[in-house]
Design a protein around this ligand. Structure first.
Ligand SMILES: Nc1ncnc2c1ncn2[C@@H]1O[C@H](COP(=O)(O)OP(=O)(O)OP(=O)(O)O)[C@@H](O)[C@H]1O
Ligand SMILES: [Mg+2]
Length: 549
């Protein structure tokens, strides 16, 4: 018989550990799995922070990323921005304390949400190299540099070698060394990540210096800042019991549940509160919101769902914008055709607003270059951040894989030079993991993506059929032109008119007819507003047809 171990012995081992300790053991949850992905994750965290910070400070972002290979599977990363910088007294809190940031508690669309990204990098550097990261920060008033790491046991920052630097240094520069990483020129690598970031952030200027010392500059395509999202209040339909309790127990100013509801939620008028009082008679609306119980909160949330509400506030979202997407596609992909669609805001889970934008680019640098030609490529974004991993479970992939491209004149999406861009914006993107690389498959989001993509595809279809007709007409034109010379000789013999005159008149006649046909085609479909044929390409095709004549 085995010895029975009693509870006292088992629980002698009981310990609790800090959140940093947890992520040290589970760094894959933060996106640190696989060497290529780990390096892209570091860049992603720093660059999204720089973009958020610059946007908040109303500064057009200039970001430089420099990567060097230090040893096998070990790279250094330097990210420098021209944003507001971070004051010295909170540096440790924001970049070396897991779950600490300025965005978590706001109901506003920003790229960062949880307060994990920056400190996650600090932690990853520590566990793969044993080193601190080095920071330089300038706020305009003061500037300093320091080394920074995390005390994993206590999830507290450790700052060393802090000293003032020249005040002219403005913005933030982070230098870190990371093991278990690899720089790779692939769809999942840093170059592609930054190229896509430039596509979805036309107001940003991004420079990459790769480990070979090669420089890539993604210049900004527009000079205006994106329209700023306003912090707004949550809609009653978008929250659950736990959320309501959290809001109620943290409420500082409201003395009664009734005023707490009006102060906390959007679309909650005093009349609505009267209505709710009628519906939930067992809840005392005059009591302190901090005394709200789970049972009462559950009843209130149930009543919220049964009440009619005005749709949620939509100015808490910041989209890329139709014109901006066109400018950036032209700048980076320079296609022969593009169409862009921005859908109207919608809600999912009853009350969380979101917007879908989609764009199709055809020709030029669109698509993915393969050995045997280009192939179609889907470029996913969540709040303007490129999503490079976990594609198969993402709502964007699922929605677009249902599109029947043949209906739109595309025989094989995989075999055409097409880039299909989809961006989902929301105050709360329902990511399906902490690594934030796939959007959960919410039915309303999938539906909106499908509609946006189909709308773009219709434009592409018109363009493609216009192109096909053009090519049929041009081959007919060339065939007729081949006979003009022979016909002119014969006609000259019969009529006695000079062959050159007949030939000139015939060419003129056929040419005019051909031009009219092309114009009619364009009016019938090929010339819709979305069609934007690149000037260089159109003059090239004109030269071709001149030669043929
Ligand atoms: N380049 C920067 N310039 C100014 N402030 C920054 C910069 N990078 C980070 N911060 C500040 O540090 C905080 C923590 O950043 P961190 O990436 O850890 O979290 P987050 O961006 O709020 O959320 P997420 O975990 O989703 O990225 C941010 O909320 C921001 O206030
Ligand atoms: Mg962040």
């Amino acid at each position: 018989m085995p010895n029975i171990v009693d509870a006292d012995t088992i629980f002698k081992e009981l310990k609790s550990h800090s959140i940093s300790e947890f992520f040290r053991k589970n760094s894959q949850m933060l996106g640190y799995s696989g060497k290529v992905r780990s390096l892209t994750t570091v860049i992603h965290e720093y660059v999204t922070n720089s973009l958020d910070a610059a946007e908040e400070a109303n500064i057009l972002p200039d970001i430089t990323v420099e990567i060097k290979e230090l040893a096998e599977s070990k790279y250094s990363v330097k990210v420098r921005d021209n944003g507001p910088g971070i004051p010295a007294n909170i540096m440790g809190k924001v970049l070396a304390t897991v779950l600490s940031g300025t965005k978590f508690h706001r109901y506003i669309q920003q790229r960062g949400q949880q307060g994990i990204g920056g400190s996650g990098c600090t932690l990853f550097s520590l566990i793969t190299t044993g080193k601190s990261i080095h920071i330089k920060s300038g706020t305009g008033k003061t500037a300093y540099e320091c080394d920074l790491t995390i005390d994993i046991k206590s999830n507290k920052p450790l700052i060393t070698n802090k000293q003032e630097i020249d005040k002219s240094f403005k913005g933030l520069e982070i230098y870190g060394e990371f093991g278990e990483t690899k720089y790779e020129d692939s769809d999942h690598g840093v170059y592609e990540y930054l190229r896509r970031t430039a596509l979805s952030n036309p107001h940003a200027s991004i420079k990459l210096v790769d480990p070979a010392g090669k420089e890539f500059n993604f210049m900004r395509s527009v000079l205006e800042m994106p329209i700023k999202a306003n912090a707004s209040r949550p809609h009653p339909l978008g929250i659950g019991t736990n959320d309501l309790l959290e809001y109620a127990h943290n409420s500082v100013e409201s003395r009664k549940i009734s005023s707490f509801l009006v102060d906390t939620f959007s679309r909650m008028s005093t009349n609505k509160v009267v209505e709710l009082r009628e519906m939930v008679k067992t809840v005392d609306f005059d009591k302190d919101p901090r005394q709200l119980t789970w049972d009462e909160a559950e009843k209130l949330v149930k009543a919220f769902k049964e009440t009619k509400w005005i749709a949620p506030d939509l100015d808490s979202m910041s989209v890329i914008g139709e014109e901006q997407i066109k400018a950036t596609i032209k700048n980076i992909l320079n296609p022969t055709y593009m169409s862009v669609v921005e859908r109207k805001p919608k809600v999912f889970r009853g009350g969380v607003p979101f917007v879908v934008e989609a764009g199709i680019a055809y020709g030029g640098a669109a698509g993915k270059e393969q050995k045997d030609g280009s192939s179609g490529v889907l470029i996913r974004f969540g709040n303007k951040v490129p999503l490079l991993f976990d594609g198969s479970v993402c709502a964007i992939t699922v929605a677009t894989s249902d599109v029947d491209w043949k209906r739109y004149g595309i025989k094989d999406f995989e075999g055409e030079p097409i880039s299909l861009l989809v961006n989902v914006s929301s105050v709360y993107i329902p990511f399906s993991g902490v690594g934030k690389q796939a959007i959960a498959q919410e039915a309303e989001i999938i539906e909106e993506i499908k509609l946006a993509v189909m709308d773009c595809a219709r434009g592409l279809q018109r363009y493609m059929s216009g192109e096909r007709n053009k090519s049929i007409q041009s081959s007919k034109y060339n065939t007729i032109m081949r006979y003009v010379n022979q016909l002119s000789i014969s006609l000259s013999e019969i009529t006695g008119t000079k062959k050159e005159d007949i030939e000139r008149d015939l060419k003129d006649l056929v040419g005019r007819r051909y031009k009219k046909l092309l114009e009619a085609e364009a009016l019938a479909g090929g010339g819709t507003q979305e069609v934007e044929v690149d000037e260089a390409a159109s003059s090239k095709s004109k030269e071709d047809s001149d030669e043929e004549e």
